[in-house]
Design a protein around this ligand. Structure first.
Ligand code: FAD
Length: 497
């Protein structure tokens, strides 16, 4: 329990208006996009939850907060928009949640030297729209950009999204970052040292400002194709991705049918619907047009207006159909482009009998990020727990396809050893210790899995086989005092602070 004197001292730093200990606020800040995880399940994770929320106005205030927390060993959870579904913003060890969304200024747009200087709490869509107005284009940016913040996307690695197939991941566009370190020091990085902070998931420092490269915008053409059967759709996806479009994404039939139903649309449904956008001069676009027409000859081509409409929806499509659930199980993972066909075939088997869909986004190094979404209803505990267990199957599927989970956070931290060689894991842990020796920044996440993988695998097996019994077990566990749950977790794992 955070002592009142700490809260009073934080008030001194950010001002009374920008601090909250209100019960409802604390509850909201103890959830993220995956908040429809049932409470019993969250409690069995032993989460303490937010004890105080602060909304600092600048890097100076963040520096004072971190220096204070470091001195008093208080956990810090950094939060952008909370749109990442891997539990990265869940305050597992209690303490302070730092909401970065008041760092909301675009500080400079330099058209001569082609960069933008922006604070970490700004939403990506604002930057994309401003660049467009000035005749520029932003490189990688997330399809959640209507809410996702500059800092959140950088912290999660920016390894999938719009613009990525043409310009590479967000790390390639970062020229410099302003970062507050765990002890309160403020540093400014060069492109090389920025890489420590791209993808560290809030464990090495808090990004407060970024200088990002932007690119001249020559013009754009949009396409939308429906392809049957799925195997052919994937074959054409591979061909067209090799042309490095600015945007390439597909929806499978299941996802499009859910969107049609939820929105009352009548978009023609195919096994695979591919949306594309290419940037180029008029001459370049004419050449691209010829190649694209050749690749998709004989497929259903939507007219350009429909393709543009689909492009406009790119920031909204993700959860447009959630209400059909009304809950949603979503899991993202990365697979090589060459394994997409087999992955979709196996998904049919895993999700057989359920209503599900998949959406893709271009990932780094010719990979595809597949977002698998399964309709669920958290009011039906047994059904929900059974579907929750798919996370284990999807993780295993990604591994089988030479892919990987897309990010670690809280839920995927158990996969760290699958992603890296033991030497690299040891190095990552060493770097973390070097930057944050007291372990205040996002403890129990990323390189600090709190429960061993074998235990999770076993739990998933029971969730699938006997969800009703697991439901009762979770109810019992949730009723235990939190100290007892955390004591139990400490016995089976070592990630708890
Ligand atoms: C519909 C939809 C579409 C999506 N599309 C994409 C996509 O195209 N590409 C993609 O990569 N992801 C995508 N995501 C996932 C998510 O939106 C992104 O990862 C997003 O960039 C997270 O930003 P955020 O501001 O919400 O971060 P949060 O969820 O608030 O935080 C994410 C992590 O970053 C840390 N963090 C946040 N801000 C900072 C900071 N300033 N300094 C240090 N650490 C920080 C947090 O502690 C946490 O661990 C999508 C999600 C949804 C719901």
């Amino acid at each position: 329990m955070l002592e009142q004197r700490h809260i009073d001292n934080l008030k001194e730093i950010v001002g009374e208006k920008w601090l909250s200990t209100d019960e409802f606020d604390l509850l909201c800040y103890s959830r993220d996009l995956a908040s429809s995880i049932p409470d019993d399940l969250l409690k069995s994770y032993g989460m303490i939850g937010a004890e105080v929320v602060v909304l600092p106005q600048d890097a100076g205030q963040i520096s004072r907060i971190l220096a204070y927390a470091n001195r008093h060993d208080i956990a810090i959870t950094t939060r952008g928009a909370g749109s990442w579904a891997l539990g990265g913003t869940l305050p597992m060890e209690g303490g302070i949640v730092i909401d970065t969304t008041k760092l909301d200024k675009i500080l400079e747009f330099n058209t001569d030297d082609e960069y933008i200087r922006v604070q970490a709490g700004v939403e990506w869509k604002r930057v994309v729209d401003m660049a467009q107005k000035k005749g520029f284009v932003v490189g990688a940016n997330p399809s959640s950009g209507a809410s996702a913040t500059i800092g959140g996307y950088i912290a999660t690695g920016g390894g999938a999204g719009i613009g990525l197939t043409e310009y590479g991941s967000v790390g390639n566009q970062v020229l410099s970052l302003k970062v507050v370190l765990a002890d309160g020091r403020i540093v400014e990085t060069d492109p090389w040292s920025s890489h420590y902070f791209v993808g560290n998931e809030g464990t090495l420092g808090i990004v407060t400002e970024a200088i990002l490269k932007v690119f001249p915008f020559p013009g754009r053409k949009h396409y939308l194709f429906g392809v049957d059967p799925m195997e052919k759709g994937v074959e054409l996806l591979v061909k067209v991705t090799a042309m490095r479009p600015y945007y390439v994404s597909f929806l499978n039939r299941g996802l499009l049918s859910m969107i049609n139903e939820a929105k009352g649309h009548h978009t023609k449904e195919s096994d695979i619907t591919i949306s594309l956008a290419f940037n180029g001069t008029e001459k370049q676009l004419a050449k691209i047009d010829k190649q694209v027409e050749e690749i998709f000859a004989g497929c259903h081509k939507f007219d350009e207006e429909e393709a543009k409409e689909e492009w406009k929806e790119r920031y909204r499509i993700g959860l447009a159909f959630k209400k059909l659930g009304p809950s949603l199980m979503a899991q993202d993972f990365r697979v090589p482009l060459g394994s997409v066909k087999e992955t979709l075939q196996e998904l049919e088997l895993i999700c057989e009998g359920d209503r599900w869909g998949a959406e893709s986004l271009g990932g780094e190094n010719d990979s595809v990020i597949l977002a698998v979404m399964i309709l669920a209803d958290e009011r039906d505990s047994a059904d929900y727990i059974r579907k929750f267990s798919y996370a284990g199957d999807l993780g295993a599927l990604a591994k089988k396809m030479n892919g990987a989970p897309f990010g670690l956070g809280l839920h995927n931290a158990i996969h760290l050893d699958d992603l890296y060689e033991p030497k690299a894991v040891a190095q990552l842990k060493k770097i973390r210790k070097h930057f944050d020796p007291v372990n205040i920044l996002n403890p129990s996440k990323t390189t600090q899995a709190r429960i061993p993988q074998e235990f999770i695998n076993l739990s998933m097996m029971f969730m699938r086989g006997i969800p009703e019994v697991v439901g009762l077990g979770l109810k019992f566990a949730a009723a235990l005092p939190i100290e007892l749950t955390r004591f139990g977790l400490r016995i089976i794992g070592d990630g708890i602070k």
